[in-house]
Design a protein around this ligand. Structure first.
Ligand SMILES: CC(C)(COP(=O)(O)OP(=O)(O)OC[C@H]1O[C@@H](n2cnc3c(N)ncnc32)[C@H](O)[C@@H]1OP(=O)(O)O)[C@@H](O)C(=O)NCCC(=O)NCCS
Length: 191
């Protein structure tokens, strides 16, 4: 119950709440981002340091026109990850999306899809973006499936772009247009 008190809610989805990230989240993010089972899905290979996390938060606060990043909480108030729009281009109205469900117990249960749909609703209906981009490693079929469900389509592939855990993996680029997403959203709302 205490989690609900004075709760900050920026957007509410079916399974998650998106809220601004705060200093208290950083310890959890540090654990998740250094976890090899999670880090293998990201392009970075080097460890992440606490000070980097602090700098990252400061940057987000300072450059609100470049990034919008949220903590992903369950409806009950448990923080399970983060999702953000990065490299925002206000003239061409696009950005790049990044997501991490860091609490592995919550994988493959629709939380990622709901967080994506909720931030896309904000990106398209509030910020009026024309398009949202992302990239996913070929070694991440769960991520790819999640993005397809949210209306993303493949629009390119950089072959053997990253060397991860002893093998070369491709970087698949994907995009989702505002016009195409509306139908996906209506369908998702009716489920
Ligand atoms: C990628 C991520 C955001 C997806 O969120 P999620 O909550 O796990 O995903 P969802 O449950 O919403 O959707 C996953 C879909 O992939 C499917 N799936 C799971 N494992 C799969 C696999 N090995 N191959 C193909 N599909 C798979 C699920 O069944 C589900 O599809 P369905 O609803 O049609 O059954 C989350 O798993 C995550 O953050 N992982 C670790 C970090 C990461 O990969 N970040 C993204 C980097 S681009």
């Amino acid at each position: 119950m205490s989690r609900q008190k004075n709760r900050v809610v920026f957007r509410k989805g079916k399974k998650v709440i998106l809220r601004p990230i705060c200093e208290n989240d950083l310890g959890r993010f540090l654990v998740w981002e250094n976890d090899p089972e999670i880090a293998k899905f990201f392009s970075d290979a080097l460890p992440i340091y606490r000070e980097e996390e602090r700098d990252w938060l400061r940057k987000i606060h300072k450059d609100k026109n470049d990034h919008v990043v949220f903590a992903i909480d369950t409806i009950k108030g448990k923080n399970i990850g983060s999702v953000g729009l990065h490299r925002i281009n206000w003239i061409s109205r696009h950005s790049s999306l990044g997501i991490m469900i860091g609490n592995k117990k919550y994988w493959s249960n629709g939380y990622g899809t709901d967080a994506m749909m909720t931030i896309l609703e904000f990106a398209f209906n509030s910020l009026n973006f024309h398009k949202v981009n992302l990239s996913v490693l070929s070694s991440n079929p769960r991520g790819h499936r999640c993005y397809v469900k949210c209306g993303f389509v493949d629009d390119g592939c950089r072959k053997q772009q990253f060397f991860k855990n002893g093998i070369w993996v491709d970087e698949i680029t994907m995009s989702c247009f505002q016009a195409d997403w509306k139908q996906v959203w209506e369908q998702y709302q009716s489920q």
